[in-house]
Design a binder for this molecule. Structure first.
Ligand SMILES: *Cc1c(COP(=O)(O)O)cnc(C)c1O
Length: 369
């Protein structure tokens, strides 16, 4: 059985390349690819992921916040970076590091223009975000005249793209809703282009939008979860490979007699003699407490070992009563054969939440075969 030495998140760059190629096989040549590398590259390592994607030919990156873009710039990433949620507090970093803000409200447009003018910018690239139904961030259709009017009075900024975000692109029961969003975006962008007098890039598809709605590809697509190996769909997952493998090691094995308990608050009480394995990974590493008491599991020697009792900050104990294993053996939390999709479903969550939760304490190991 494989021996491991500590808790690590392996990042498989071959899997990333496979996923990039699969996703780009879904789009017409000439359609640009924006890779979403927010939240540490969905919990992996944004710099490692970004560098590999540059080699693969990516056109754009997106991050959620300005400091995530700053991390990429500090690593000499020169590709354009869209900041999806550039709070006005961070305009300074945004402009200093040539990060391109998403602008989603009248107030924000005013504030960014004022900032860009003060910094003597000319044609600073901005991205207009339109709300077509997600009701999270974005201008509404009615704002177009205001935007165009305001932009006509300044040379400090220029619209590099207009975009929207789909609310339910993975859910084909909501197909009609998504088509309405896409139509709304098409209508708004046509009006915008007419009134602006030039054509910015248009984009609105995330990973499931790319897969399910070719009519939503426009000039650029934004892919996040697909690059990391999940397609929000069993069939699609067959073509994608999880990039991250979270693995750890058995620190100690205990024999628990009937009636004895395991862990804090005596979260597990043995009904029969039980063999438990203690692993150096806990809620501070990204295993939420909600996986405790048998909901979650790890894979040891190909077998599922359920979490016994409560998840501790730095450890979990798992049931290895029927698994041949010893101290030093490897335990997989998630990876290509024990997927984050399946594990997260155990607590009614999604792969996105589990993979982005891997904390910065966990060592990242890059694999390239
Ligand atoms: C996170 C995000 C994406 C990526 O979505 P996936 O489902 O991971 O492909 C795309 N666009 C916006 C605006 C986002 O916030």
């Amino acid at each position: 059985m494989p021996k491991a030495s500590e808790t690590v998140l392996e990042i498989d760059l071959n899997a990333l390349a496979n996923n990039y190629r699969y996703i780009t096989s879904k789009i017409k040549s000439g359609t640009k690819v924006l890779a979403v590398v927010k939240a540490f590259g969905y919990g992996s390592d944004s710099v490692v992921i970004a560098r590999e994607l540059i080699d693969l030919g990516v056109d754009y990156f997106a991050v959620a916040y300005a400091n995530e873009g700053e991390t990429l710039r500090n690593a000499s990433v020169a590709t354009p970076i869209l900041v999806l949620h550039p709070l006005p507090f961070n305009f300074e970093i945004t402009v200093n590091r040539c990060l391109e803000p998403s602008i989603y409200s009248r107030k924000m447009l005013e504030e960014f223009i004022a900032f860009a003018e003060e910094k003597k910018q000319k044609n600073y690239p901005i991205h207009l975000k339109f709300n077509t139904g997600l009701n999270r961030l974005g201008f509404v259709e009615n704002d177009v005249d205001f935007i165009v009017e305001r932009l006509s009075k300044t040379e400090s900024v220029k619209v590099k793209s207009a975009f929207s975000h789909l609310a339910a692109s993975e859910d084909l029961k909501e197909k009609q809703f998504t088509l309405t969003q896409i139509e709304g975006f098409r209508r708004i962008s046509e009006e915008l282009i007419l009134k602006l007098g030039y054509k910015p890039l248009l984009h609105c598809a995330n990973t499931s939008g790319i897969i399910n709605f070719p009519e939503a590809h426009f000039d650029m697509v934004r892919t996040g979860i697909g690059l990391y190996g999940f397609g929000n769909d069993k069939e699609e997952n067959k073509h994608l490979k999880p990039v991250g493998t979270l693995k750890t090691v058995i620190s100690q094995i205990h024999k628990i007699e009937k009636g004895e308990s395991v862990g804090y608050n005596r979260g597990y009480i043995a009904e029969n003699t039980t063999r438990s394995a203690t692993l150096p990974i806990g809620h501070a590493d990204g295993i939420p407490r909600s996986y405790g008491k048998g909901k979650g599991w790890v894979t040891i020697n190909g077998e599922k070992a359920a979490i016994l009792g409560n998840v501790c900050m730095d450890m979990i104990m798992v049931d290895v009563t029927n698994i041949a294993c010893e101290e030093g053996d490897e335990a997989i939390v998630f990876g290509p054969s024990a997927t984050a999709d399946e594990l997260s479903a155990a607590i009614n969550s999604i792969s996105y939440e589990l993979i982005t939760a891997v904390s910065q304490r966990v060592k990242r190991v890059v694999l390239r075969k």
